[in-house]
Design a protein around this ligand. Structure first.
Ligand code: SF4
Length: 439
């Protein structure tokens, strides 16, 4: 192996962890390498590999991996379930990276629902559904632990109806389950952004929360599939968060197996090594994306896989865009900076920026007032044409993209979507007008 692994000291929401190793230290898999300061929100970091520490800075720790690696790890210290979850360094693995112990720390008084977010909302990403099919008992066990810790009255697994095999496996596993608090399955429509936390709460509990509210205000806690599996591992196996499930996709060598799933890749592995595991990159590609097509960010071969990494995509080369382009930004997709980056890669000058009417600004970021339900886009499209746009680059949800497509082409404005190059790389249908019924 003898590869270098990088462990950024900040891998989620909260303060950076503080190194507990120095240059030259020998470490083993599962060893604490950076601790979380008392009374600060954040999580500790453990080494996913055995090796020698080669660099410690304020930003990251670098470790040169030993040639031979074992799956075994140093177990967490015996403690109650919430303390084990805290010790494990677990953050929400759906992308947000909020420390899980903090989310579970305020128990419900006599009701409350823990919802497993199995929407796997981003196209291409598929490792969570694969985990459900392969480890349904671990998903349910993780959910049970979260219900126990929070004193919730019921559990719900929210999953898109189209995942028929995973739904059938979950149903069978739940039928075989003996005793315990009730757990049910809630079927979701196949729309983006069905996996947005407040969209899940709206669909499952029938309550639309304001943009400033957390699911807790509707009596709910939402955890993604891998998060509940890692909760089970922390509590039942005393395993720290050292491995990550990942979908690796796109312009890979051989043009076969365009979407590949990897379970338990060691955190800290470089993007280059991860793509090598998937057979290597094709000779030409446009950009490398860390995350899904909608919310992912451009990354580099030397970057590491971190706790919140869910996908790596080698996208198709950028098309040549028009001279002047207008941006229509969504709260649940690419942000303005990312849209500008894509426009620049297309060789286009941005002449106007509009935000979806429902993309409300909250503490410097944007949140959708009613995720996935289009408020109308005609006025935004007209404003961009007035600003001199010869075409539009949009990042909208499924419903809003549909609306844009019902007016922009009639005004002579071609439409590009921020997800196009990622989706083209795996021959996935583009986000445009959707004619068929979605369920
Ligand atoms: S309604 Fe607007 S802000 Fe909300 S998801 Fe759709 S495009 Fe994004």
């Amino acid at each position: 192996m003898n590869k270098h692994f990088q462990f950024p000291l900040k891998q989620g929401i909260g303060a950076s962890a503080v190194p507990s190793v120095v240059n030259g230290d020998d470490v083993v898999r599962g060893q604490l390498i950076a601790y979380q300061e008392k009374d600060k929100l954040g999580t500790p970091i453990y080494s996913s590999i055995s090796g020698k520490v080669t660099k410690v800075t304020d930003i990251e720790i670098e470790i040169e991996a030993d040639k031979d690696q074992k799956k075994e790890f140093i177990p967490l210290k015996e403690a109650d379930p919430l303390e084990l979850i805290k010790q494990s360094g677990l953050v929400g693995l759906g992308g947000a990276g909020f420390p899980v112990y903090a989310k579970l720390a305020k128990p419900f008084s006599n009701a409350g629902t823990v919802i497993v977010n199995a929407a796997e909302c981003e196209p291409i990403l598929s490792h969570n559904i694969d985990s459900i099919e392969k480890r349904p008992k671990d998903v349910i066990r993780g959910l049970e632990i979260e219900m126990e810790v929070t004193n919730a009255a019921e559990g719900v697994i929210a999953i898109k109806k189209k995942h028929t095999a995973a739904v059938a496996i979950l149903k069978k596993t739940l039928e075989e389950r003996q005793g315990g608090k009730p757990i049910r399955i809630h079927l979701l429509k196949d729309m983006y952004p069905m996996g947005e936390e407040r969209a899940i709460v709206r669909e499952v509990l029938g309550q639309l929360l304001p943009v400033t509210s957390l699911p807790l205000e509707a009596g709910a806690i939402v955890s993604n599939v891998e998060t509940v599996i890692r909760v089970h591992e922390a509590v039942d196996l005393k395993k720290p968060l050292i491995d990550k499930d990942l979908t690796i996709a796109g312009k890979l060598k051989g043009n076969e197996n365009l979407i590949q799933i990897f379970h338990d890749l060691p955190i800290g592995m470089s993007v280059a090594d991860a793509f090598a595991m998937a057979g290597g990159l094709a000779d030409s590609y446009g950009e490398l994306i860390m995350g899904g097509p909608f919310t992912g960010k451009r990354t580099e071969l030397s970057s590491p896989i971190i706790k919140t990494t869910g996908g790596l995509i080698a996208a198709e080369c950028f098309p040549k865009g028009p001279e002047k382009i207008g941006l229509l930004v969504c709260a649940c997709g690419a942000d303005e900076a990312r849209m500008r980056q894509i426009a620049e890669s297309m060789g286009s000058e941005v002449v106007g920026v509009q935000f979806c009417k429902q993309a409300a600004e909250v503490k410097g970021t944007r949140k959708c007032e009613n995720p996935g339900k289009c408020p109308g886009q005609a006025a935004k499209v007209l404003a961009l044409r007035k600003a001199g746009a010869q075409a539009l680059l949009i990042g909208n949800c499924t419903d809003c993209s549909n609306t844009v497509m019902s007016c922009a082409p009639q005004l002579g404005l071609p439409v590009y979507h921020s997800t196009d190059c990622a989706l083209r790389a795996v021959n996935h249908r583009l986000v445009r007008r959707i004619h068929e019924h979605i369920d």
